[in-house]
Design a protein around this ligand. Structure first.
Ligand SMILES: Cc1cc2nc3c(=O)[nH]c(=O)nc-3n(C[C@H](O)[C@H](O)[C@H](O)COP(=O)(O)OP(=O)(O)OC[C@H]3O[C@@H](n4cnc5c(N)ncnc54)[C@H](O)[C@@H]3O)c2cc1C
Length: 411
């Protein structure tokens, strides 16, 4: 009997467990999945909690609901990987041998990495919305807040779902407008990027939307510390910005277990072949989702598209065939823009988000880089698809590799 061990049972690990269990003979391949947490968080839903649109129950479900039968699930903190011994060590010193290892341990926020961030203003005037705890605390704060200056700040790149802080800004604009206090709130979008988004056309469209909604962009801003006494943030080039409310995307880092294993980069991401998804260093280790150092967005959609490629390549690896499936970095993100509308971007390693229609040329029904009601419905529908189709590893009507159909390069 051989062993495939999957580290992390979030979006990517769950999809891989479902796909592989269906395909591999149970008397030949044992599949072990290890995760420290029993609850699955629908992370895109966290964004809606501060604005009282979703409740806690809308974004959490037991992880066990999504793991297939025939997978050995271990709920434990992973201490480290010992690649030279082909084994994983758990915190209780249990050793688990593998023939193939899939790392799907994601990324998480590290507020402790920014000086002053977690001092007395944390969850008092400063909140994150990337954790359930932060989103709920911010919701309680906003229910009572009467206005002032709100900064939305991104600490550094890369961070998961690069459009999430923009969506947060758009939803905040809608929330304060409906509450009748928009004229009492200054919203400033403070980002290390030189605009709203990295790629030129998406940047133009999204910067335009921020401007339309009277949200000021403060670009090229790298926060150095929080000054708790003056309620301000200070950048490395000494620009000080005061706030009454700071909604922050703290530094994102891969799992500490990667650091303890000595196989990651400075931010604990695993060097991974961007095409085959095989570890750069160990041929029986594969990496999927936010844990990998791929030059594309850290997003659930990327994990989902990559899962088809990784599935093919693992079957090839088992049969000693060359790894022929190639990932193109395909990402597809709905962007909630407020007041019942949304936008959509679809891109890969080489092609920036382009205008057009998706998935069908001329028909859509979704509009790329457009602000439409249909795109908003796409975002809302996605939660159902996530729980019922995506996590169980079922086929979705979207190809894993990006298609140029419907995209307009010259528009
Ligand atoms: C606010 C927000 C909005 C988002 N919106 C979108 C969106 O609209 N569209 C989109 O595509 N993506 C979105 N994302 C991103 C998306 O949720 C993630 O990219 C996706 O979940 C990544 O999947 P993953 O499997 O790589 O990591 P995760 O789903 O985070 O899973 C990692 C798992 O590894 C486990 N783990 C880590 N270290 C250890 C250890 N040492 N021991 C044991 N277990 C460990 C964790 O417990 C976790 O279960 C959003 C994220 C946030 C925060």
């Amino acid at each position: 009997m051989k062993n495939i061990v999957i580290l992390g049972g979030g979006t990517a690990g769950t999809i891989m467990a479902n796909k592989l269990r269906q395909a591999l003979e149970k008397d030949e391949w044992n599949i072990v999945l290890i995760d420290k947490e029993k609850t699955h968080y629908y992370q895109p839903g966290l964004l809606f909690i501060p604005f009282d649109i979703y409740k806690k129950q809308d974004v959490i479900k037991p992880k066990m609901n999504f793991f297939p039968s025939g997978v050995d699930v271990i709920f434990s903190e992973i201490e480290r990987i010992e690649p030279d011994m082909n084994q994983v060590v758990l915190v209780d010193d249990k050793h688990i041998k593998y023939d193939i290892l899939i790392i799907a341990s994601g990324t998480s926020i590290r507020p402790e990495q920014t000086p002053g961030l977690m001092d007395n203003l944390w969850y008092n005037k400063i909140f994150d919305f990337y954790s359930l705890e932060g989103a709920l605390a911010l919701r309680d704060f906003l229910r009572k807040w009467e206005g002032g200056t709100m900064l939305i700040n991104i600490v550094d790149l890369p961070y998961k779902c690069p459009v999430a802080p923009l969506e947060f800004a758009f939803l905040a604009d809608e929330y304060f407008t409906k509450k009748g206090i928009r004229d009492k709130v200054k919203i400033k979008y403070v980002t290390p990027l030189s605009g709203a988004f990295t790629k030129p056309r998406a940047n133009k469209m999204l910067s335009g939307l921020l401007e339309e909604k009277n949200i000021e962009i403060i670009p090229d801003y790298y926060i150095e510390r929080v000054d708790n006494e003056h309620s301000s943030i200070v950048s490395y080039d000494n620009r000080e910005l005061n706030f009454d409310l700071l909604a922050i995307v703290p530094l994102n880092m891969g799992s500490d277990m990667i650091e303890r294993s000595g196989i990651g980069d400075d931010l604990n991401y695993v060097p991974t072949n961007k095409s085959t998804l095989q570890s750069e260093k160990f041929e029986n280790i594969f990496v999927i989702g936010d844990a990998a150092n791929l030059p594309t967005s850290k997003a659930g959609s990327v994990a989902h598209f990559a899962s088809d490629i990784l599935f093919e390549n693992i079957l090839s690896f088992i049969e000693n065939r060359p790894l022929k499936a190639h990932f193109d970095g395909h990402a597809n993100c709905y962007i909630e823009t407020g007041f019942g509308k949304g936008s959509l971007i679809d891109f890969n390693y080489d092609t920036e988000p382009l205008p057009g229609t998706f998935p069908l040329p001329g028909i859509g029904p979704f509009g790329l880089l457009k602000n439409t009601k249909m795109n908003h419905y796409g975002k809302i529908m996605f939660r159902w698809m996530y729980w019922h189709l995506l996590l169980p590893g079922k086929e979705l009507p979207i190809e894993p590799l990006m298609s140029m159909a419907g995209k307009c390069e010259k528009c």
